[in-house]
Design a protein around this ligand. Structure first.
Ligand code: GAL
Length: 440
């Protein structure tokens, strides 16, 4: 583990924590749920309803069917990238005492919300019994642990600061699709070249969390990893001139994107502009998005040669990480069945069946890259040496309420392009929420 990794780990450890249109608004089961069989149901709530995300979930279910054959898997997925719809519905269900058997939550700040609300069980003993206490890297364990108690089982590690590139579109401006621009400013220069070459949508963008990801990677690229991490641990001021400069770069980046960005999710934007089924109709050059993209491309059966990828400009060597994990809700239906699910999520076989088709890398330390697609093999090597940064858009950097405020600011900014107002809102949100750790 590098010194930097240890430092970041220490910072995160203080953090404590840790911590359809629905695919169907009524859960669908992989087997018939009638009569007595209903008690065997294990209802799992996620936002993995289609494409590469559903493929990942199906991978876990295939192992669950073998290892937990006494139970029925019930899919309660609610579509919507980043879980925007799912999280709202889940919050209402939990409040109403209608918890599923297990639900998806990001390790870090997002999980801490559920812990603070007393909505998830301490699973330390299950963790130990299944040998999971030694299975995951320390920095990740810190994100699912509060006051020595573990609250979820990590399924994966995703990377947020990635750019996906259409090589055919880039050739129109004689740009090398394999070479990342070194800085955000260099990227802006390339976007201008694409525009000048007649490319309609140099940067492909979609609503909500995708805009927030572009914002975070611009801050990460412009400020550097240490100052970026300082935004979330209070050491970097959100009202600084360096943040203003990054927000102006963000404004410029957004100006090169599709104007219908507020109307679509990340996967629809990808299929419309970056990688349409008919490649000759592509009008998008780049899309900044997490590494669930290669899984989506795989599920669409597009060839690996149809895209290239690199870390967002200015962020090479930094892994802006997030981790999907699964919980045991208080008052959930069928806790024994849920425990069987959680063991599958943390198991060698479960992590392999999931991560090979989800674009993510396994959270387990003992996983090897055998049998993984090219992208994950590269990502696993990157993870070993990269410096770490968390993601607010995907729950590792802070609580859900902070994320919600920033996402609201994103759609306002998309309409106004008003940097001063955006910065004021970001300052207000940080002031309100940055002490979240001390409440745990
Ligand atoms: C993230 C989640 C990923 C992926 C993505 C897009 O929040 O961690 O697994 O599903 O949203 O929906």
């Amino acid at each position: 583990m590098t010194t930097v990794r240890r430092k970041v780990t220490a910072v995160l450890a203080v953090a404590a924590v840790l911590a359809v249109s629905a695919c169907s608004s009524t859960p669908s089961s992989t087997s018939t749920n009638t009569g007595a069989a209903a008690t065997k149901d294990v209802e799992v709530f996620t936002w993995w309803a289609a494409g590469g995300e559903k493929a990942g979930l199906d991978g876990l279910v295939s192992v669950f069917k073998k290892d937990c054959s006494q139970y029925n898997f019930v899919n309660a997925a609610v579509a919507g990238g980043g879980g925007d719809k799912a999280k709202t519905l889940l919050a209402n269900n939990l409040k109403a005492g209608n918890a599923p058997a297990s639900f998806q939550a990001h390790a870090g700040g997002e999980l801490s919300d559920y812990i603070a609300n007393g909505q998830v069980e301490d699973i330390t003993s299950l963790f130990k019994a299944a040998g999971l206490d030694t299975a995951f890297p320390k920095e990740l364990l810190d994100q699912i642990t509060v006051a020595g108690k573990v609250y979820s089982v990590p399924a994966d590690i995703h990377r947020a600061n990635m750019v996906w590139v259409n090589p055919v579109v880039l050739k129109k401006a004689n740009l090398d699709p394999t070479k990342a621009p070194a800085t955000v400013k260099d990227w802006i220069a390339d976007l201008a070249k694409l525009k000048a070459a007649g490319v309609a949508t140099p940067l492909v963008l979609s609503k909500g969390f995708a805009e927030e990801m572009l914002l975070e990677s611009t801050l990460l690229g412009d400020l550097g990893v240490d100052s970026f991490n300082g935004l979330y641990d209070g050491k970097t001021k959100w009202d600084g001139a360096d943040v203003t400069a990054a927000l102006n770069d963000f404004k410029t980046l957004v100006s090169y994107s599709n104007t219908d960005r507020e109307t679509m999710d990340w996967d629809a934007a990808m299929s419309k502009y970056l990688l349409p089924t008919d490649p000759t109709t592509a009008t998008g050059g780049y899309q900044l998005m997490g590494d669930w993209v290669p899984a989506q491309i795989l599920s669409l059966k597009l060839p690996e040669s149809s895209y290239t990828y690199w870390p967002a400009p200015g962020t090479d060597g930094v892994y802006q990480w997030l981790s999907d994990s699964f919980t045991l809700p208080k008052g959930g239906k069928n806790p024994e069945g849920a425990k069987c699910w959680l063991k599958v999520v943390g198991s060698v076989a479960g992590q392999k069946a999931f991560n090979t088709v989800k674009g993510s890398i396994p959270a387990r330390k003992d996983a090897t890259s055998d049998g993984y697609p090219k992208y994950q093999q590269w990502a696993m090597a990157q993870w070993k040496t990269a410096k770490l940064a968390p993601s607010l858009a995907h729950g590792s950097a802070g609580p859900g309420a902070w994320n919600n405020d920033v996402q609201t600011a994103m759609s306002a900014f998309s309409a106004s392009s008003d940097v001063a107002t955006l910065q004021k809102t970001l300052v207000a949100a940080a002031t309100k929420y940055s002490s979240w750790r001390s409440t745990l």
